[in-house]
Write a protein that binds this ligand. Structure first.
Ligand code: PLP
Length: 382
């Protein structure tokens, strides 16, 4: 019998009973909302980690069609696969800088590195000097996140030695907010002030550069945080950037699956691994083919919810690798028999609510959504 080998990222694995629907029009609408909020600043898009797991190859062109021209990824490899999918006027930035030996690859592919250290600057400057021109780049200044970007000491060195910018066309200076999701945290205003101070002191060698500070939450903090360009990510994908505040964002993701099997049990039976959920009544248990290997995190065991026929239905017992079990006792049997659809993400089950039941954030939920689902892209850009 011939065997069919599915490509690793097949959009519809054979036999998949779970559907992940990604609404490209919703992503475009969210981008337009953020762009209008940030105007006259420009709006870019964070499409790192495969557009937060939703498929950069589909998402980035949809954002381009909506008007986005500035795209941020983490790795050179991500940029190399994205670059040919976007017209030449799109700028693709790599957040993680220039790994040793890759400057030539960046320059040849027309990808803009975000220089995070004096070492990155030296590599890019050398590549520019070798090419006898200034090569476009962005510079990341650390204003308090203590992760990537030039430290205060490195900024001081750069100010003292402006020739470090030789061969570099400085197009953009960025920093990243560490606490913008928390309205009570004074860190956000402090970082903004540091960003203002440092960008005012940078040696520009006569070049005019743009400034960018805001992630999604930063966009919602208002004009003081917008500078020249904003870099939203999670809000594009329907995540609420500031918990407790509402933002007019359109949901992007739906995750639906079909009931695989239904079992009727009575006390003292218990469901799943560890027999941690002991039933206390006659219970109809529906099993569905989604588990932690699909990114439905194990922390949601005995806590998470599903929607069946519009009703909130609790997850019973532990999440398995490939399966989970839900309590459909209160759903009419005609609506909860094998083959009937249930919703794991969608409607009332927002990505923020599902992530909270997993003890995590929407970012982690989205980036872990597995590869075993049938993926459907909706919208005019699809
Ligand atoms: C991921 C990222 C963003 C986007 O952040 P969101 O919180 O998803 O809006 C912006 N800037 C940098 C540097 C990032 O790493």
């Amino acid at each position: 019998m011939p065997t069919t080998i599915e490509p690793a990222c097949s959009e519809a694995p054979i036999g998949a009973t779970t559907r992940l629907t990604i609404d490209l029009d919703a992503i475009a609408a969210n981008w337009r909302f953020l762009a209008e909020t940030a105007a006259p600043a420009l709006a870019g898009a964070a499409v790192k980690a495969d557009a937060y797991g939703l498929g950069a190859a589909r998402v980035a062109p949809a954002l381009y069609a909506a008007g986005c021209r500035h795209f941020f990824v983490a790795h050179l490899g991500e940029a190399l696969s994205l670059r040919p999918r976007l017209a030449p006027d799109a700028v693709v930035y790599v957040l993680h800088g220039v790994p040793p030996g890759t400057a030539g690859e960046f320059a040849a592919a027309g990808i803009t590195p975000i220089l995070n250290s004096l070492g990155d600057m030296a590599a890019w400057s050398a590549a520019g000097k070798a090419a006898d021109r200034r090569l476009p780049a962005a510079l990341h200044i650390d204003t308090g996140m203590c992760r990537t970007g030039l430290s205060d000491a490195e900024v001081a060195t750069l100010i003292a030695e402006p020739e470090r910018l030789d061969g570099i066309e400085l197009r953009l200076v960025i920093s990243h907010l560490s606490c913008a999701d928390d309205p009570a945290n004074p860190m956000t205003a402090r970082q903004r002030q540091r960003f203002l101070d440092i960008t005012a002191r940078l040696p520009t060698t006569g070049q005019k550069f743009r400034r960018a500070l805001a992630n999604s939450a930063g966009v919602l903090w208002g004009a003081d945080y917008h500078f020249d360009l904003v870099r939203p990510g999670i809000a594009l994908y329907g995540g609420n950037p500031i918990p407790g505040r509402t933002a007019p964002l359109t949901p992007v993701v739906r995750l639906e699956t079909d009931i695989l099997q239904v079992r009727e049990i009575d006390p003292p039976e218990a469901v799943g691994y560890g027999a941690v959920h002991k039933v206390t009544r006659h219970t109809r248990v529906a099993t569905v083919a989604v588990g932690y290997a699909d990114g439905y995190l194990r922390a949601a065991g005995n806590r998470g919810m599903a929607l069946v026929a519009g009703q909130d239905i609790p997850i019973l017992g532990r999440i398995s690798m490939d399966l989970m079990t839900i309590d459909v006792t209160d759903v009419p049997p005609a609506l909860s028999r094998p083959g009937m659809p249930i919703t794991l993400i969608g409607d009332r089950l927002t990505i923020d609510r599902v992530a909270a039941a997993m003890d995590t954030v929407s970012y982690e939920l989205l980036t872990r959504l597995g590869r075993r689902f049938a993926r459907h892209y909706r919208g005019s850009a699809a």
